[in-house]
Design a protein around this ligand. Structure first.
Ligand code: ARG
Length: 465
């Protein structure tokens, strides 16, 4: 619904002879969603006004008025006492009009040397910088949770998988630390993206720069920007920083989704490698026995909307000629949705990971089940002089025999093993323990408990700095 004020005048209404069509007004408005930027818009305006005063375009009494007016608007917005108007199109014009309503003619001076084009790009960057900081601190919280879970589990043996088939035994902590590494790179990706986000577009004005002798470095300092955008056309038009953010977010969501998939498998009765406390699960309305891992499932499902946002932004940008086009208004909802989804997914994981209860016996039994030490036996035969390919063949035959006998490799009667290859002796079979297998992977990045303990210590140091 239009308010009376909307019908009377638009901030840009000078050259217009008729009111905006009602559908067009609604269709072109963004205020229903870009309100998210309100406090960043106000911060940007206060910095801009401070700079205008420093270069003598407004006087200090005017600056005080503008600042007080904007602060009172901020208070009203935070206490939900601000009335947003679709007729005023977007967050920028809602706030500017409110300022003019509150302080009169001085309010009309705020927009000197500025356009909504550089204003919105500035707001978006301020917002995203804050959100990246929030996301990065959530990643660190999650990493601390992983370390806490991993520390007592360096000697816990589980099967490592390839093709989802039992491959070789690994330490449970080692598996967890793989997740640590993935999100650690995500952290770095966000921080790297932040460098390019943290550049000031304000001063580019509509597209060409401004006639006023503005001090862009002062505005940048006031807003904590490290850089001043060096080309006005580029500054108002490109949204590559938002695309890049959604790219980093998509990779993070791929990681969380893969991890979610493992947790879903691990809590299933077929695996039972872990238990998740009831508070993270839900039941079925029909099957009384069910305890469903909804939380990881939802994170896995939500990854889709983040990838979707990345594609939305790429598609929105690809056909745009320089400089600003209204298409760019479509950057906000995908970006905001991505931020919310990433923050919620990280929160879900940060809460859930420390609550995982490892089922050590189940993991061990699964590692014992799938001939996971077969490669170790092959390596033993190589150490006795057999070329690796032949050793591989010998152990393959032993595995086939064990399947036939329904036994493990160590349970094969020595006589039958020796019949396959004379290099095999009791000692060889006896040494085939899960512990020996793990301990032998004693190189950097390997799964020997000693290495994993060191990796955990290093990781703790790394995230401290
Ligand atoms: N609401 C607009 C956006 O989000 C603000 C910039 C509008 N600029 C313009 N020249 N119409 O992109």
């Amino acid at each position: 619904m239009l308010t009376v004020k909307d019908k009377i005048h638009k901030l840009w209404g000078g050259r217009f002879r008729e009111a905006t069509d009602a559908f067009v007004e609604n269709f072109t408005a963004s205020v229903t969603f870009d309100q998210t930027l309100a406090f960043y818009d106000i911060a940007g305006s206060i910095a801009h006004a401070t700079m205008l005063q420093a270069i003598g375009i407004i006087n200090s009494a005017e600056l005080k008025q503008i600042q007080a007016g904007l602060e009172s608007i901020a208070e009203d917005i935070s206490s939900d006492n601000f009335s947003w108007s679709v007729g005023l199109e977007d967050v920028h014009m809602n706030i500017e009009q409110a300022l003019i309503d509150r302080i009169g003619v001085t309010g009309k001076k705020l927009h000197t040397g500025r356009s909504r084009n550089d204003q919105v790009a500035t707001d978006l960057r301020l917002y995203l910088r804050d959100m990246i900081d929030l996301i990065c601190s959530k990643i660190r919280e999650l990493q601390l949770g992983i370390l806490g879970l991993a520390e007592p589990e360096t000697e816990t043996v589980m099967p490592g998988f390839t093709h989802l088939q039992v491959a070789q035994p690994v330490s449970f902590a080692h598996h967890l630390m793989a997740w640590f590494e993935m999100v650690d790179r995500d952290f770095d990706r966000f921080m790297d993206c932040r460098k390019r986000v943290n550049s000031l577009p304000l001063g580019a004005a509509a597209l060409a720069g401004t006639n006023w002798p503005i001090d862009r470095h002062l505005t940048a300092d006031l807003l904590g920007f490290d850089l001043v955008a060096t080309n006005s056309l580029d500054a108002v038009s490109d949204r590559d920083f938002a695309i890049e953010f959604c790219g980093a977010a998509s990779i993070l969501m791929v990681h969380l989704s893969r991890w979610a998939e493992e947790m879903i498998l691990w809590v299933s009765p077929q695996f039972r490698f872990i238990e998740l406390p009831d508070r993270f699960c839900t039941g079925s309305s029909i099957m009384p026995q069910k305890k469903n891992p909804d939380l990881p499932e939802l994170v896995r499902g939500k990854s889709g909307r983040v990838f979707g946002s990345l594609i939305s932004l790429l598609s929105m940008m690809k056909g745009q000629p320089l400089a600003y086009n209204k298409d760019n208004q479509e950057d906000k909802e995908p970006l905001f949705d991505t931020v919310t989804t990433v923050l919620e997914s990280l929160t879900a994981f940060a809460e859930m990971i420390p609550a995982i209860v490892p089922q050590r016996d189940k993991m061990r039994a699964a590692a014992e089940d799938g001939f996971s030490t077969a490669t170790d036996l092959a390596d033993y035969l190589v150490s006795k002089g057999l070329p690796f390919r032949d050793a591989h063949d010998v152990v393959g035959k032993l595995v086939a025999l064990a399947i036939e006998l329904e036994s493990t490799l160590t349970e094969i009667p020595v006589a039958q093993a020796v019949a396959i290859n004379a290099l095999i002796d009791e000692e060889a079979l006896k040494r085939l323990t899960l512990e020996n297998s793990l301990a032998a992977k004693d190189q950097i990045g390997g799964t020997a408990p000693k290495q994993v303990r060191r990796a955990i210590l290093d990781a703790r140091q790394r995230i401290k700095s």
